[in-house]
Design a protein around this ligand. Structure first.
Ligand code: CU
Length: 110
């Protein structure tokens, strides 16, 4: 909610061509019971964003995305930062490599 409001404010204030100004826009993914929440995370296209991945499970998980060229291990009960983008508008699947049956999601850039 806060991020969307901030984005709207900055967009309204600064106008076009200022996507770099949103580089600190922050998002959170939570891992619980070997699932990502939210399973679909919308981010702005053409913008570098910071995603904090919080692992609430006691076991390690690896955030992995071939499409985003990212992989990061998050120990049980810990959190890690993953920077994503800038990417073109589109859908970018990700998964938890240690629990691939349940830990699945998609980043939607728009
Ligand atoms: Cu991996």
């Amino acid at each position: 909610m806060h991020s969307r409001l901030l984005t709207a404010l900055l967009t309204a204030t600064l106008g076009a061509g200022t996507s770099l100004a949103l580089a600190n826009d922050a998002y959170t993914l939570t891992i619980k019971d070997h699932r990502f929440e939210p399973a679909e995370l919308t981010i702005p296209a053409d913008t570098r964003v910071k995603v904090t991945v919080k692992n609430l499970d006691p076991t390690p998980e690896e955030f992995e995305s071939y499409e985003l060229n990212r992989e990061k291990i998050i120990a049980g009960g810990k959190e890690a930062i993953v920077y994503i983008g800038p990417v073109q508008a589109g859908r970018y699947p990700f998964f938890g490599e240690f629990n691939q049956d349940t830990a699945k999601g998609v980043i939607i850039a728009e």
